[in-house]
Design a protein around this ligand. Structure first.
Ligand SMILES: [Zn+2]
Length: 187
């Protein structure tokens, strides 16, 4: 099927992969999805209305697949921190004052000089003034408060970041796992 796949627009070559629990895991290529289904490791839950032809056979065109066996995603080794993913997790707002305007920076809640790590649990989005005000101190030392305790983001955040235009039929699978916004987290 390699020959067929080469002429397909990139958009429909992307397949959403769900865990056995239906939690979104990642996005894979059409080829990879087809192999997983072919080997019985995944089932097609959404297909596109077009036949996927190989030299000898016709298959379902996978659009969303679900793994047959549950895969544990170890949260600790999940993903490296990037500015973009971190800002997205914090809804592009300063976790201290809530502003979404001005320059955003990364702040170590426990400063590196005091042994703070560069982990999802210790790095937050901060506006430049708050970052300056906090300096090398702990939030409570300067009477600053975090709007929510920082956590590693769910895989769905990376799916959204990696896929600028989410196909409409993916939304129903992504929506229940939306990354909580600051407002939701504070509620
Ligand atoms: Zn701020």
């Amino acid at each position: 099927m390699g020959r067929t796949v080469r002429y397909i627009p990139a958009k429909v070559q992307q397949v959403l992969v769900l865990n056995a629990s239906y939690e979104p895991l990642n996005v894979c290529s059409l080829r990879r999805a087809h192999v997983l289904v072919f080997k019985g490791k995944a089932e097609v839950v959404e297909e596109l209305d077009r036949p996927l032809r190989s030299a000898t056979d016709t298959f379902q065109w996978p659009h969303v697949i679900r793994l047959v066996h549950y895969v544990r995603v170890p949260r600790m080794v999940q993903r490296k921190i990037s500015r973009r993913a971190l800002f997205a997790r914090d809804n592009w707002r300063c976790v201290y004052c809530g502003t979404a305007t001005g320059r955003l920076t990364l702040d170590h809640v426990i400063p590196r000089s005091k042994g703070g790590d560069s982990t999802w649990e210790n790095v937050v989005t901060s506006c430049a003034p708050c970052n300056l005000r906090k300096g090398n101190r702990l939030p409570h030392e300067v009477h600053m408060e975090l709007s929510a305790s920082p956590r590693p983001p769910a895989p769905v955040l990376f799916i959204r970041l990696a896929t600028p235009k989410i196909p409409q039929r993916w939304e129903q699978y992504l929506a229940p796992y939306a990354t909580p916004t600051r407002a939701a987290a504070a509620a």
